[in-house]
Ligand binder design. Structure first.
Ligand code: ASP
Ligand code: MG
Length: 421
């Protein structure tokens, strides 16, 4: 059996939803566990609803939610001929869940409400797509993933209870796959032992799919995207970006670490642990080969370029000309851990420590304040971090030409340069 994951872009219009039919026909007769994201930008729209609700702007929250509701009802109405009423009933239950909540006053944490509201996006999209596929002759069973994926209550970044979830997969999902062939469910969401909804972090559907692939011992996981596969650079910045036909897990983890937005970083581990290959394929043209990611070594990779913007340089100097030794560094990392901050590059000098971080306006001031208890702190914002894996020196020169570099670091595999434009 295989696991498929369709992202928001693959279900963001009527045409795109319709174009799923030939994909399923291509795999007819094979058991498939299908994970689908919320449609298009629905998650962002639901985040706005949660923000308004938490600011006690109830009318605005209800108004924004109503737009999401009407969009989904309209989509369902246009797509479905026979099954509209039963689909509408299911959608209405989800709408009511959220509307009830929106009529209340917030008394719990923001993250809790965020998850109760935002989780609805995938429930709506999967309900509509499942009904549409059934009407189109692709028989499938819809499953509320909150009955399967059990998590802790670390809202917005919940951790999976693997043992409980594995048990559910064995007793509920496997029999469904055996009898129905295709099971359609949600990515990104789960539920606590008290039936509160949770989310696994933005873009978490790839990870949900990998959890299923692991627990079902899938032959393969396929992520369907609107691009040809994994490219060696972002084509928005590099028109000459090329497709990489094979990669291995390690390379993908490295790419994700340096900021390439290829696949959700948590996705790889569940697959690697069971050597399940990951295929990135294009839903716009299923004849394209895509990118295959596996466990074996891959030779002759092209240079892989990652360009991270909105970087902050944090320069820390000891206050009294003493060496920056293990104690102040340990204290600094404790501050990082407290605020969940992960430096993208660091450099240690005699009386200074330099690090490069993602710019996060909410955390920056607090971080600077706390670091200033240990060091003298200088901050520079608005920088870019260029990373090239498998680089050739000429390429680095070419990419930084005309810009000023502030910090450079290289290993045999990877070079990084912090750039002021
Ligand atoms: N819908 C969620 C998001 O936009 C999860 C996902 O797409 O993977 O972040
Ligand atoms: Mg998405």
């Amino acid at each position: 059996m295989q696991v498929f994951k369709f992202g928001g872009a693959s279900v963001n219009s009527l045409d795109r939803i319709k174009s799923l039919v030939p994909i399923f026909k291509e795999y007819a007769g094979q058991p498939l566990l299908v994970v689908i994201s919320a449609m298009g930008k629905t998650t962002n729209a639901l985040e706005k609803v949660a923000e308004c609700f938490y600011r006690k702007e109830k009318d605005q929250a209800l108004l924004l939610f109503d737009q999401i509701k009407q969009n989904h009802l309209q989509t369902a109405k246009t797509l479905l001929e026979k099954d509209y009423l039963s689909c509408e009933e299911r959608l209405a239950n989800f709408f009511t869940e959220v509307e009830w909540l929106l009529h209340d006053q917030p008394v719990q944490s923001y993250d809790y409400y965020y998850d109760q509201i935002v989780c609805i996006g995938e429930l709506l999209s999967t309900s509509i797509v499942s009904a549409f596929l059934n009407e189109s002759g692709i028989k499938n069973e819809w499953l509320d993933v909150r009955d399967i994926i059990r998590t802790d209550d670390n809202f917005r970044d919940a951790n999976i209870d693997w043992e409980f979830t594995a048990n559910r997969v064995t007793h509920l999902v496997k029999p469904l796959l055996a009898t129905n062939g295709i099971v359609i469910t949600q990515g990104f969401i789960g539920s606590t032992d008290e039936n509160e909804s949770t989310t696994l972090g933005r873009e978490g559907s790839d990870y949900s799919a990998a959890v299923f692939a692991n627990l079902l011992d899938a032959e393969k996981q396929t992520i369907w995207k609107d691009v040809a596969g994994v490219m060696n650079a972002d084509p928005k910045f590099f028109p000459n970006a090329q497709l990489i036909s094979t990669l291995n897990y390690t390379e993908v983890i490295e790419m994700a670490y340096y900021g390439a937005q290829v696949i959700h970083p948590k996705t790889i581990k569940p697959l690697q642990n069971k050597s399940i290959p990951l295929h990135v394929k294009c839903f716009l043209d299923i004849s394209l080969p895509g990118t295959l990611i596996h466990n074996q070594s891959v030779k002759d990779l092209p240079p892989i370029i990652v360009w991270k913007q909105n970087q902050v340089l944090l320069q820390l100097k000891s206050k009294d000309f003493s060496f920056v030794g293990e104690k102040p560094i340990a204290d600094l990392y404790q501050i990082f851990a407290l605020h969940s901050i992960r430096p993208n590059m660091t450099q240690n000098g005699a009386i200074s420590f330099t690090c490069v971080l993602d710019e996060n306006p909410e955390k920056m001031d607090q971080l600077a304040f706390e670091a200033s208890q240990i060091f003298e702190v200088i901050i520079e914002k608005g920088l870019s971090l260029l990373t090239i894996r498998h680089y050739v020196p000429e390429l680095l020169d070419q990419l930084i030409s005309g810009n000023e570099w502030i910090l450079k670091q290289e290993t045999r595999e990877t070079v990084q340069a912090l750039i002021r434009r």
